[in-house]
Ligand binder design. Sequence first.
Ligand SMILES: Nc1ncnc2c1ncn2[C@@H]1O[C@H](COS(=O)(=O)NC(=O)c2csc(-c3nc4ccc(O)cc4s3)n2)[C@@H](O)[C@H]1O
Length: 542
Amino acid sequence: MKKEKNVLYGPEPLYPIEKSTAGKQLYDALLKHSHLPEAMIDVQAKETLSYRTLFLTTCQLAQSLQRCGYKQNDVISICSENNLKFFFPVIAALYLGMITAPFNQDYTPGELHNVLNISKPQLIFCSKKFLPKILELKRKHTFVKKIIILDVDEDMFGCESLSNFILRNSDKDPKRFKPVNFNPDEQVAAILCSSGTTGLPKGVMLTHKNFSARFAHVKDPSVGTETIPGVTVLSFMPFFHGFGFLTNLGYFLVGLRVIMLRRFEQELFLKSIQDYEVRNIMSVPPIILFLSKSPLVDKYDLSSLKEIGCGAAPLAKEVSEAAAKRLNLKGIRTGYGLTEATLVITHTLPDIFKSGSSGKLVSFMSAKVIDVNTGKSVGPNVVGEICLQGDMLMKGYAGNIKATKEAIDESGWLHTGDLGYYTEEEYFYIVDRLKELIKYKGFQVAPAELEEVLLRHPCIRDAAVVGVPDETAGELPAAFVVKQPGQKITEKEVIDYVAGQISYTKHLRGGVRFIEEIPRSATSKIQKKELQKLITPRKSKL
Ligand SMILES: Nc1ncnc2c1ncn2[C@@H]1O[C@H](COS(=O)(=O)NC(=O)c2csc(-c3nc4ccc(O)cc4s3)n2)[C@@H](O)[C@H]1O
């Protein structure tokens, strides 16, 4: 292949991208692993899902969906905490070429309005805990025609349970089911939320081919976490987010034993590592900080841990080294990823650690760094915007051609909005963010979404939201507010008002500052860097 100057290319892959659909690859993998007794163990519920049950149930659910007339390109959503049954509809949909649009179960009605109008799911699978929210949502959104409850045996409030839906509609012999064939390069597999470089959350369309590129990675011992069937990993990242969604599908593909936490609880996390002899964890920087500092760690035997991956936000060199030393590891494997490029794009290789680096490019991808003023690609050790190209790039933002064109240029390069550089050895370092995105504990916070909520308040004339650096969370959303003339409103009232309108991870933990005017450019774009200079970090109330 012709190599361009100042463009980096990922390594030759150990495994090629399969030509089959991601659904077919998972079908074959689950069949192959169906002798393994444990696919996923719910620690809190003390329940176990076997690969045989995972395989047969996904086939029966796919048969049932087909029998009820669901077909390629129909959209489902999932609203659930991490749950043993979460991936049943995901995998069944992949078999059929249906599209899964998961969303954060803690979203408020306002947030749900935004994201649901992007994907317009006709069928929503939810856990019992979130049924009231989804019933309310169905009343408001006429495109939602059916709700299926994942984790109950009996129908409730006019909604079928998953078990009854399968009982009533599936074939007596699930082994007669075969995945549908379609073009994996074009077929959208999932629509995942991301705010991209600016504005409100958008729907990232990832194709079966994007998934297959990730699947090729996970089979490679130098890329994936573990590749030996039956090896134990711990999974606590939220399943609705690209990180949790795709890492777990990768675990199933390889046949790993996944210890699942419904939500992160410090002692349960440590006890699970000890009791299940977990070998590998994929995590985010706040967890590494916890492992480096918490006295709780000394109460448990964590010697089974052979590798910890970390990504989704910057990991301080000191924190990484302290955690590795405490856990007797040579280092913490770090990676850089974004939903618009499916998952991990760069990562450090096993046993080769470069503190502070996010590692090297993965196969099937190319990268360049461009000068933010000229747009021209630069060479090593020069900071610029990271641009990506290759088989893991999203198909685009669902229903948003304008945002897609702003993100992916005519030459097919995704402009990530991340500032970084690479060394002569092609190790990447992410140093800052051009884009507005705020990362609270690895979770995305779109400033525009909070600004939209603030501007609806009658006492607020103008508002801007920026990220405040925080050692524990990475960044905290903070608001600058201009009051309406003559109006009185306190910082606490603003914080409480926003907290009542938006989900937990987006609350204004960085506080509120009242100012006379929001600094704007000639094109009325908020000058966020100016505002950040006005911020003196306060002790966060996490
Ligand atoms: N390592 C990093 N350092 C600094 N910033 C980082 C980062 N990773 C993501 N980010 C930031 O999050 C943005 C993307 O946010 S996002 O869309 O929510 N997606 C993500 O943050 C995202 C999706 S998948 C993923 C990772 N999966 C992994 C699995 C194993 C492992 O060892 C490392 C990783 S990173 N991250 C990036 O544009 C960037 O701004």
